[in-house]
Design a protein around this ligand. Sequence first.
Ligand SMILES: [Zn+2]
Length: 453
Amino acid sequence: MDTVIVIEDCAVATVDALGTEYRRGHVVLRGNRIDVVGAGAAPAVDGQVQRIDGRGCLLTPGLVNTHHHLYQWITRGLAADNTLFEWLTTLYPIWAGIDEEAVRVAATGGLAALARTGCTTSTDHHYVFPHEGGDLLGAEIAAAADVGLRFHPCRGSMDLGTSAGGLPPDQVVQTLDAILVDSAEAIARHHDSSFDSMLRIALAPCSPFSVTPELLRESAVLARESGVRLHTHVAETIDEQDYCAQTFGCTPAQYMEQLGWVGPDVWWAHAIHLDDTAIDTMAKTGTGVAHCPTSNARIGAGVARAADLVRAGVPVGLGVDGAASNESSSMIEEPRNALFYARNRGGPRAMTVRTSLALATIGGARVLGRDAEIGSIEPGKLADLALWRLDTPAHAGIDDPVTALVLGSAPPLAALIVNGRTVVRDGRLCTVDEDTVGAEVAKAQAALVAKAG
Ligand SMILES: [Zn+2]
């Protein structure tokens, strides 16, 4: 018999198409689905029921993180004052030392931090595969199962090492053939396309300056044959724009379009330096964006045209990006930073608090092709929810709960529910031991940095 959870006496922001909200409302969850959502007290429910008192709380859909590099959780705080290219060349020799255990520990730490900040679904973009590293994709998939998040790992790749004029060291790049074999195997072993899937694979060559055009083209063919999505970094920095102009004679967006990397099954990370033509192409083709405002500011990469993208109808979600360029990796900080940068760029009306919450929820779901399943609180959708405490001194008295969530400091979670399972309760993870995770992360970080000498 299905477990039934009733959450009541809370404010509810459903983030449905009509923006339905309740000042005092309830939800009933049955198994892994949302059964009922509405105003006032919950209806009478039969059977074994777990009740969560939502007084003083706001219930939202779980947040969706559309871009990450979880392995970086154990390389935070390095190259803190460098450009992206300097930062990459400092970190690559350290990243070259990762193995299965390092990735398992890093992914557990990163996913635990995401869960504690309201995230119920996360992607990961893993593109560093040292030759003796072992099954790194399998290691992070195991970590996601332990923490209990819905997971979309992107099988990344690089085939342009230093000796071929690329940025990454040769020991972390693979040949095109090896990448295609590994990518096909990752899909066959792990990809689950079912409605309530906890695990979907995407293919994700790293970036224009670390992969060949053949790898981008062939990955797109394989992804489309296999029914999985495509993800990569595009237009993150001016350096990348200059590289594409010199090497390919076009903008990063034009380059991606030439290689078949536009469409409703594609999402780009960052997409900062775009002209109007690029935005028009993305809107017409349904190409999505993982907007990462905190990372962009940390790296000083620029301010994305997020409001212009939203206005044009481009699917936009939010992402924390890798922890080495966003040490907090707090998912709830992303809607606030998205709003701040949008307003700094486009003025006070550039983005509302509700639009920024929508980007972090249904927007991300749309980018991942899962807006029929997650991203809003509606009957029949999956039970992925965040219950935020707004009754502590930090938030009590802020007039509007959605404003309190987006513009206030990060509130504690009363509960985080993923696929009907309680992952966080009263601010603490229920699935993994936080103290053990912290100790393992510190040990793995020290070992990895020592290994690089
Ligand atoms: Zn990234």
